[in-house]
Design a protein around this ligand. Structure first.
Ligand SMILES: Cc1ncc(C[n+]2csc(CCOP(=O)(O)OP(=O)(O)O)c2C)c(N)n1
Ligand SMILES: [Mg+2]
Length: 258
């Protein structure tokens, strides 16, 4: 693969960016979605601001299917090839939990982080035992909204119903995911406020690598936040603010703590 890449580079001259790619880069810079919400429960967008700031560009992210995965695709800053694994619209819910094992075994020196939903996590949590048994460390970041929200959102806007999608109970957030992790002899921490996210990530990275088991950071997020979506690229409905910068104003990068 390395040799093929070298030959491909030698055979391909560097091209000047086309007007369209320049325009696309400019749009990407100017039309940013707001991420710096500081409310409690945490807005999902804020989780990705914290992930972007905390993890370095060599971190390998894994995600599957749900609003959490759509937000991941829209908000996460990924800059290197081979650092983002998403099963996407193939839709095998829960895939992150075992996929993190595979990625970590393939790249033992990498920091692997799975982004999971509360239901997705429950789908294949048995594989956590496999990770613990085989000493495979990785971090899971859960956006817990107590909903099958990728089903909730279309039901609401297309059919005006809310049927069979609320999986929360007690305080609205369902199972005690920290205890589930501890029951598996893995690690877990719950986060309720935005300022707790980075210390919890720091703890999860440190302790999962020290004890060589998976560590979960469960973040309780706003239950009703929807994702920006539409039936085609020119029909996307933005449900939260978009930062609309003038063409000439440069934007500060969000990445600070690499
Ligand atoms: C095996 C499987 N069953 C059902 C689905 C349909 N499905 C896609 S997303 C989703 C809800 C996911 O809920 P959660 O993991 O909490 O993520 P959220 O959308 O709330 O962020 C469901 C049921 C699927 N993709 N795969
Ligand atoms: Mg959910």
């Amino acid at each position: 693969m390395e040799a093929l890449l070298r030959v491909a580079r030698e055979m391909t001259s560097r091209r000047a960016p086309s007007p369209w790619s320049q325009k696309a880069a400019d749009y990407r810079r100017r039309f940013r979605r707001k991420m710096d919400f500081d409310q409690v429960p945490v807005k999902p967008q804020r989780v990705f601001k914290e992930l972007n700031e905390f993890f370095n560009p060599d971190t390998i992210f894994v995600t599957a299917i749900g609003l959490y995965q759509i937000w991941s695709g829209q908000f996460q800053e990924i800059s290197k090839p081979g650092t983002y694994f998403c099963c996407g619209q193939a839709g095998p819910l829960g895939w992150e939990v075992p996929a993190c094992i595979g990625v970590k075994l393939g790249k033992p020196d990498a920091q692997v982080v799975g982004v999971v939903g509360d239901y997705s996590f429950q789908f294949l949590l048995g594989d956590l035992a496999t990770a613990v048994q085989n000493n495979v460390p990785y971090v899971l970041v859960m956006l817990n909204n107590g909903f099958l929200s990728l089903i909730r959102q279309p039901e609401k806007y297309l059919y005006e119903m809310n049927y069979g999608v609320d999986i929360g109970y007690d305080d609205g957030y369902g199972p005690d995911f920290v205890k589930i992790m501890e029951g598996m002899k893995a690690l877990g921490k719950r986060v309720l406020r935005p300022e707790e996210i980075k210390p919890a990530l720091e703890w999860a990275v440190r302790e999962s690598n020290r004890l060589r088991v998976p560590a979960l950071v469960e973040i309780r997020v706003d239950r009703q936040t929807d994702a920006s979506m539409g039936v085609s690229i020119d029909k996307i409905v933005e449900r939260d603010p978009v930062i609309d910068l003038p063409a000439e104003e440069p934007v500060a990068t969000t990445a600070t703590a690499r």
